[in-house]
Design a protein around this ligand. Structure first.
Ligand code: 0O2
Length: 213
C-alpha cells in the first residue's frame, strides 16, 4: 500500500464518520419537527493535487508527515450549509458543546470577510479516529456558511481554478459585486425569516400527510 494511501486513510474515516454525525443533527431537528439550522452537509478528503499545491505554497516538504498534517489542517474537510446567517452561530455553539470533537481554532470570515469577498465561519477541530493500532487524533476543518455564501464561494473557487488565482480586473470586480449581492440576499432573507420558516413547517407537515406509508 502506498505511503499516501496509509496516511490519508484515517482522514477518509473521519470524513465518513463526521458526515454521518453532522447529518444526524439535521435529522434530529426534523424528527422533533423544529426548523433545522442545518440545510445540508458535505465532506471531502483534500485531493493529493491540492495537498501538493498547498504544501508548495506553505514551503513544506510534500510527504506524509506530522508537519504537513499540522500545517494543512483541512485535509479532512466538512461543510455545513445554513439557510440564515443567525443559524451559523447556533451550529457553532452546538459544535462547541459536542463531546466527540475538540475545537482547536476558530476563524470568523463573516465578521471579517476576506479581501476576495469570501465569507464563512471556520472551525479547526481535533477528532479521534479508531484504528487497528489504537486511537489517533486528526485535525479536520468544518466550514459553516449560508447557502448564499456557499453559492458565491463555489463559483469563485471554479474561477480561481480557471485563472490560477490571478483574476482579470473585470472578473475581480464582478466577484466583489456578487459577494455584496450575496450579503444583501442573506440580509433580506433574515428579515423575512419568520415567514419563511412558518411556510416551510406547513410544507413539510403537508408532505408527511401526503407521503404513502
Ligand atoms: P479547497 O480547494 O477548498 O480545499 P492561511 O493563509 O494559511 O492562514 P488557509 O490555510 O488558506 O490560510 O486557511 P483559510 O484561509 O482558513 O482557508 C482554508 C479554506 O477556506 C480554503 O481551502 C477554501 O476552502 C476556503 N477559502 C478561504 N478563502 C477563500 C476564498 O477567497 N475563496 C474561496 N472560494 N474559498 C476560500 P483551500 O485549500 O484554499 O481550497
Amino acid at each position: 500500500m502506498g505511503q499516501w494511501e496509509r496516511f490519508l486513510e484515517p482522514y477518509k474515516q473521519a470524513v465518513s464518520e463526521l458526515k454521518i454525525k453532522l447529518k444526524g443533527m439535521r435529522t434530529q431537528f426534523e424528527i422533533e419537527n423544529t426548523n433545522s439550522p442545518i440545510e445540508f452537509v458535505t465532506g471531502r478528503v483534500k485531493p493529493l493535487a491540492s495537498i501538493y499545491d498547498k504544501s508548495l505554497g506553505k514551503g513544506i516538504v510534500f510527504e506524509p508527515s506530522d508537519t504537513l498534517a499540522k500545517e494543512i489542517p483541512d485535509i479532512a474537510g466538512l461543510r455545513m450549509m445554513c439557510q440564515f446567517v443567525d443559524d451559523i452561530e447556533t451550529v457553532v455553539e452546538m459544535l462547541r458543546a459536542r463531546k466527540d470533537i475538540r475545537v482547536v481554532e476558530e476563524r470568523d470570515y463573516i465578521s471579517n470577510k476576506k479581501q476576495s469577498g469570501y465569507r464563512s465561519y471556520h472551525m479547526i477541530i481535533e477528532y479521534p479516529v479508531q484504528t487497528i493500532h489504537g486511537e489517533i487524533n486528526i485535525l479536520a476543518e468544518i466550514q459553516i456558511r449560508t447557502l448564499a455564501m456557499n453559492f458565491w464561494a463555489s463559483i469563485e473557487h471554479s474561477l480561481n481554478y480557471k485563472y490560477k488565482g490571478v483574476f482579470p480586473e473585470e472578473i475581480k470586480k464582478r466577484l466583489q459585486y456578487a459577494a455584496e449581492a450575496a450579503f444583501r440576499l442573506d440580509e433580506e432573507m433574515s428579515l423575512i425569516r419568520g415567514e419563511i420558516q412558518e411556510a416551510q413547517k406547513y410544507f413539510s407537515a403537508n408532505k408527511e400527510l401526503s407521503t404513502p406509508r
